[in-house]
Design a protein around this ligand. Sequence first.
Ligand code: COA
Length: 186
Amino acid sequence: MTTLRPFTCNDLFKFNNVNLDPLTETYGLSFYMHYLSHWPEYIQVAESPSGEIMGYIMGKAEGHGENWHGHVTALTVSPDYRRLGLAAMLMKYLEDVSEKKQAYFVDLFVRVSNKVAITMYQQLGYIVYRTVLEYYNGDPDEDAYGRRISKKSEEIAKTSEIFHETFSGHLAEILRKLNPIRIESN
Ligand SMILES: CC(C)(COP(=O)(O)OP(=O)(O)OC[C@H]1O[C@@H](n2cnc3c(N)ncnc32)[C@H](O)[C@@H]1OP(=O)(O)O)[C@@H](O)C(=O)NCCC(=O)NCCS
């Protein structure tokens, strides 16, 4: 059974099995501390029954006004536990936290060469909204796709579709009453 629990400082001593992956960034200690102190609800670990870290997600809430959103800073799953739906579960967790904070969308960056993650984010409904040139430092630097999902805008689109159908039905009825001949000839 997998347990989803908050990330703690002690996990920094236990996450090597996950972080040795070349596509997983390892940050400085202060970076993790900053996230743990500012957005503890956004850092979660998936733990195995034996206490091993299977994967984790790290994120934050940021932006003002209509740019208020959840951001995925890191998402990684140990090679031993891949393709079990763990990343999808962690993403769902972060989206739910963001939804509770009334975020307008969730966004993230992904390396243009990271085909597996790109496929996964596509599968989860994320769309590319921009490409940031040389976002990742390295030799050479690498571009990133900025991907975004907007639960609220999906709902707004759905609502406006329903509104449109309802409104056009009423409008047709009103026009029929006002000008039956013209409506019938259409
Ligand atoms: C990307 C990563 C997080 C996926 O983790 P995961 O737990 O294996 O992913 P899930 O099992 O939740 O997969 C969700 C969906 O993503 C897609 N997917 C995941 N791995 C895939 C693969 N190797 N090939 C094709 N599609 C894949 C599938 O559509 C999958 O759904 P399905 O299994 O029902 O078909 C993991 O491979 C990883 O840690 N990679 C290294 C770090 C990284 O790239 N992080 C992302 C940085 S932005």
